[in-house]
Design a protein around this ligand. Sequence first.
Ligand code: SAH
Length: 399
Amino acid sequence: MQTEYILKVKPKYEKSYKSGFPLISKETIQNIQEGTKEGTIFQLVDKKGQFIGKGYYGKQNKGYGWILTQNVNEKIDQSFFERKIQTALDKRKGFFNSKETNTFRVFNAEGDGIGGLTIDYFNGYFLINWYSEGIFTFKDYVMDSLRHLVEYEGIYEKKRFDVGGKYIEEDGFVEGTRGTFPIIVKENGVNIAVYLNEGAMVGVFLDQRDVRKTIHDQYAKGKTVLNTFSYTGVFSVFASLGGASKTTSVDLANRSLSKTMEQFSVNGIDYEAHDIIVEDVFQYFKYAVKKKKTFDLVILDPPSFARSKKSTFSAAKDYKNLLKEAIQVTEKDGVIVASTNSAAFNMKKFRMFIDQAFKESNVTYSIRDEFSLPSDFRTSKQYKEGNYLKVVFIQKHYD
Ligand code: SAH
């Protein structure tokens, strides 16, 4: 018998849980108890004590756990995990068969039925992300499922929860054969160097695949490109291969210089023909405006929150101002690719920031393309916040 404890939903939220809302939070539940044992299975009930759903307790930044099933008879066991992972794998058949792409998301948390768990594929290697200690208690189920269902070179994991200092970050290797990093994966025919054995970030954000392809296929040819918050420079690589006349990558992390050189090199591009600048983006904008430097294509992909020595940035508060800076260094008829992964606001609000930024700059614009998460990043209809990615291609007209 699994120990099950009872969570009572606040009446106001009954309807939404009954229609499949998956996240457990303090606001929606009457009796969340801080410090409940991670991984405890609970039953969610309405005010009459009637069953609504079953899930696990796992504290993470988003809440206190996830509902896993609305079927009172369904057990949360090995077979449950295996069914969910099998269904997810089936939905990625097209990706597994692709000749051009061998890196993608295999399992996307609540979008595939298990909040707090993601699994990514990197050309023979699987990477599991555990977003709470609670979900980590089901590790054996997930590992057994993978052993039964897929072939792999190796499996790596990342614990994305506070391990309380007692845990020394290892390379995350779980089983199979250790990779020789970087491993080179392919996305739409482009090489990407990936490190599964470093911190939380492996060198590429898989959710931008369609955006990279669009830049490569439709926006880069003959253009000068400014890639801000460039990280390892993968947008710059796609732009360059798409025929950009030159790219400029700006990121304040020291590591971004060597990582960006590497991404160019693994694609046979001479990185010396490109600018890779280690600097605060906001400083760089000041410099570019002073020097009257402009670009045909400006990519903005900041983190939701960032603190540097010189500035703090919060997408929800500061995106409009970031756009105003970008507008100043964008050529007439040039394009700004405005991206955010902030779950704090939706596309409607993001378009409002864009509109305000252009109005306050006295510049007209038109929206050329819009993206949210790609198809492998499946989302739950009942949990819209899970579709966090918003990317808008904006053409600047005149000022
Ligand atoms: N656009 C990248 C991902 C960006 S991740 C891609 O698609 O691969 C966010 C990056 O922003 C990190 O590399 C971080 O170092 C950088 N960053 C955060 N604040 C910054 C600032 N003020 N100026 C420049 N870079 C910054």
